[in-house]
Design a protein around this ligand. Structure first.
Ligand code: A2H
Length: 253
C-alpha cells in the first residue's frame, strides 16, 4: 500500500430484492435500469466463497447511471473514478439517480457472481472506509479475517446491529487450502491471534497480512473452474473470466 495505484477488481452484484427502506428511498428513480452494488476487491479468486456483502451504515452512497441499461451503487468518490476510467459512460460524466445511506441498504438481497451461494444479503460492517474502494466490500469469511470477525460479531449480537439473524445464516465456505491453516485460513488466523471483535483493529491488520500472504503464496484452489491450481495462477484467470462474463471490471485508485 502507499505507492502507485491499487488495482482492484470491481465486482458487479445485481440487486435481487431491495430492503423495504431502500425500496422506499429509490421509488421509480432508477427507471428500467438494472442496479448493481459494486464491490472493490484485491482477491477476485475468493468470490466462490462470498457469503454476504458489507456496507458502512454511516456512509452515504449513490446510485449512478452506468449506461442506458445499468446503474451502479457505490460512493460518489468511486463513481467519479469509474467515470474517468471508462467504467461509467459517457467518460468523465456522472449522473446520480439516487442518494442513499448505507443503513437503508442493509437487508437487500443480491446476486453474488461465481459464488457457491448465489444469493446473499447486505450486512453492516464497522470498519468500512468511505475513502477506499467503492465503500462496498464482499464478505468472504473463509479467507478474510475482517469478514470472518464481522460475521461472528453480527451473529452474536443481531439486535445490536439491527439485522435479521437469517441474513447472516450462511456459513464460511472453503475456497482455498493453505499448508499452515487448512481450508479455513481466516478463522484459523483469527483464533491464533485471539481476536475477539471487529474493534481489535491492530490484531486484525496483522491477521489480514498473515492470511493474505499465506493465501497468495501458498494457497491452492479447492473449487471452481481452476480447482487444483495455485492462487497465484488462478487469481488472474478468475478475474478475466468474470470480466469476460460482464460480472466485473478493472477499477484502480
Ligand atoms: B478484500 P487495501 Cl477474501 N473499507 O476482498 C474497508 N475494507 C475494504 C474497503 C473499504 N472501503 N474496500 C475494500 N476493502 C477490503 C476480499 C478479501 C480482501 C479477502 C481477503 C483479504 C482482502 C473479500 N473481502 O483484503 O487496503 C477488500 O477485501 C486484504 C488485503 O486496498 C479488499 O480486498 O489493501 C481489501 O480490503 C483492499 O484493501
Amino acid at each position: 500500500e502507499g505507492f502507485g495505484p491499487q488495482e482492484y477488481t470491481g465486482i458487479k452484484m445485481e440487486v435481487a430484492e431491495w430492503s423495504p427502506a431502500a425500496k422506499e428511498t429509490i421509488g421509480d428513480k432508477v427507471g428500467n435500469r438494472k442496479v448493481f452494488l459494486v464491490a472493490a476487491t484485491l482477491r477476485p479468486e475468493t468470490m466462490y466463497g462470498q457469503t454476504n456483502t458489507f456496507v458502512g451504515t454511516g456512509i452515504k452512497y449513490g446510485i449512478f447511471a452506468a449506461n442506458d441499461k445499468e446503474a451502479y451503487l457505490c460512493t460518489l468518490r468511486a463513481a467519479r473514478n469509474m467515470a474517468f476510467q471508462g467504467a461509467i459512460t459517457p467518460r468523465g460524466h456522472i449522473e446520480q439517480l439516487v442518494e442513499i445511506e448505507g443503513s437503508k441498504i442493509v437487508g437487500t438481497k443480491i446476486n453474488a457472481p461465481f459464488a457457491i451461494n448465489p444469493q446473499v444479503y447486505v450486512l453492516p460492517m464497522d470498519n468500512v472506509l468511505a475513502t477506499k474502494g467503492t465503500g462496498v466490500v464482499t464478505s468472504v469469511p473463509s479467507d478474510s479475517p475482517d469478514d470472518f470477525q464481522t460475521l461472528t460479531d453480527l451473529r452474536k449480537k443481531p439486535e445490536f446491529y439491527k439485522i435479521d439473524p437469517s441474513w447472516a445464516a450462511i456459513d464460511p465456505v472453503p475456497v482455498i487450502s493453505t499448508p499452515t491453516y487448512g481450508d479455513m485460513t481466516a478463522p484459523a488466523v483469527v483464533k491464533q491471534l485471539k481476536i475477539q471483535s471487529q474493534k481489535d483493529t491492530k490484531q486484525l491488520a496483522e491477521a489480514k497480512e498473515i492470511a493474505y500472504k499465506e493465501g497468495f503464496y501458498n494457497g491452492t484452489m479447492l473449487v471452481g473452474e481452476f480447482k487444483g491450481q495455485s492462487v497465484q495462477d488462478a487469481k488472474v484467470k478468475v478475474r478475466d473470466a468474470m470480466i469476460q462474463a460482464g460480472l466485473a471490471f478493472a477499477y484502480a485508485e
